[in-house]
Design a protein. Structure first.
Length: 212
C-alpha cells in the first residue's frame, strides 16, 4: 500500500501567508561544475553581471509567484497526476548566447537540446493554467541562466570572451525528476529550497518529498 505523501517541514508560509515558488528541472552536478568554471573565467572580465550561483542553475518550467500553502499542495497533486507517465529526458548542455540580443543584453544563457523538454514544459503549463495560474505570454525557450546583466560596463570584453565559447559542450544530463522549489529572497540573492520532487519514470510511481 503506497505511503501517504507528507507535507515537507519547510512549507511553512511566510508572514504574508504565502510561499514564493516555481517549478523546475535540474542539471547534473558535473554540468554545474563545468558551468561554474566558465563563470569564473567570465568574472575576470569585470563586466557588470550578477552571476547565478551553481545551486541556482535550474531550468524553470513555470514561475508560480507567491502561493498559499493549500494551493501549492494542489499544484503538487496536479503535477503528480499529470507527469506520472512521462519518461526521463536526456539533455545536452551546449552553446551560449545573450537575451534579447548582443547589443541589448539582459541575460547570459547556455543552451539546452533534447527530445521531450518542450513537451514537458507544455504539460506543466497546461496543468497549472487549468488551476488558474496565468498563461505564459511567450514561448518556452530552453536555457540555463548563467548571469543577469546589470549594465553595459565591461560588456564588450565579456561579449568577446563569450563568443569564443559559442560551440562549447558542457555535458549531458539525465532528467528524471521535476522539482517544486521555494524561493526565499535575501540580501545576497534568492535561496532555493526543494519542496517536492516528482519522478519522471514513464509509468505511475510514488512521488518523493524532500526535507521530511
Amino acid at each position: 500500500m503506497p505511503r501517504p505523501i507528507r507535507r515537507p517541514s519547510h512549507t511553512e508560509a511566510s508572514p504574508g501567508g504565502t510561499i514564493r515558488s516555481f517549478v523546475a528541472i535540474d542539471v547534473e552536478p558535473a554540468v554545474r561544475t563545468a558551468l561554474r568554471a566558465l563563470q569564473t573565467e567570465f568574472v575576470d572580465t569585470r563586466a557588470d553581471v550578477r552571476w547565478v550561483r551553481p545551486e541556482g542553475l535550474h531550468v524553470t518550467l513555470k514561475f508560480l509567484g507567491a502561493v498559499e500553502v493549500a494551493r501549492l499542495e494542489a499544484v503538487h497533486a496536479a503535477l503528480v497526476a499529470a507527469l506520472a507517465d512521462r519518461p526521463p529526458l536526456h539533455l545536452a548542455v551546449r552553446g551560449l548566447g545573450a537575451f534579447p540580443s548582443w547589443r541589448r543584453p539582459r541575460v547570459v544563457w547556455v543552451g539546452l537540446a533534447g527530445d521531450g523538454l518542450a513537451e514537458l514544459a507544455a504539460g506543466v503549463e497546461h496543468t497549472l493554467t487549468a488551476l488558474g495560474f496565468p498563461a505564459e505570454g511567450r514561448a518556452f525557450t530552453p536555457h540555463l541562466t548563467l548571469g543577469r546583466v546589470n549594465s553595459l560596463r565591461g560588456w564588450p570584453r565579456l561579449e568577446e570572451l563569450i563568443k569564443t565559447h559559442l560551440q562549447d559542450d558542457f555535458g549531458d544530463s539525465r532528467i528524471d525528476t521535476v522539482t517544486i522549489y521555494r524561493s526565499t529572497l535575501q540580501p545576497g540573492g534568492a535561496v532555493y529550497t526543494s519542496l517536492w520532487t516528482i519522478p519522471l519514470h514513464g509509468h505511475k510511481g510514488e512521488p518523493h518529498d524532500i526535507g521530511c
